[in-house]
Write a protein that binds this ligand. Structure first.
Ligand code: AMP
Length: 113
């Protein structure tokens, strides 16, 4: 898999505002936030996209989601929030390293564009 900006963040080569760090995942604030809270939760293992996941990745993906919910609680998103995973060009994915967006802190519109 080609290196990405998220690979550089994992390796500490470029700065990020880290919210969570463990053996398998990292969470940091998005550089161009689309809501008052906009955090990205990513696996440390380079997985390009949702479309590349296999059955053996179920626990990892579940972990990403649980970590996102823990961050949401810690950051006070008691009125709700949204988790988004964009996949591929039509899905709006711009960084080819799997990531879960945690968005909250305002009422979010639906449907997305
Ligand atoms: P997506 O369009 O779903 O691939 O989301 C990629 C996200 O990564 C966008 O919301 C970008 O603002 C964010 N992003 C890109 N570069 C950085 C960076 N260096 N630090 C934090 N977030 C970034």
């Amino acid at each position: 898999m080609a290196d990405t900006v998220f690979g550089k963040i994992i390796r500490g080569e470029i700065p990020a505002r880290i919210e969570h760090d463990d053996d398998s995942c990292l969470a940091f604030h998005d550089v161009a936030p689309q809501a008052p809270v906009h955090v990205l939760v990513i696996p440390k293992r380079p997985i390009r996209a949702l479309a590349d996941l296999g059955p053996g990745d179920a626990a990892l993906v579940g972990h990403l989601v649980v970590v996102a919910t823990q961050i949401a609680a810690r950051l006070g998103l008691a009125d709700g929030y949204r988790l988004v995973v964009n996949c591929g060009r039509d899905g709006g994915q711009s960084v080819d390293h799997l990531h879960v967006h945690l968005l909250g802190g305002r009422a979010l519109g639906w449907p997305p564009g």
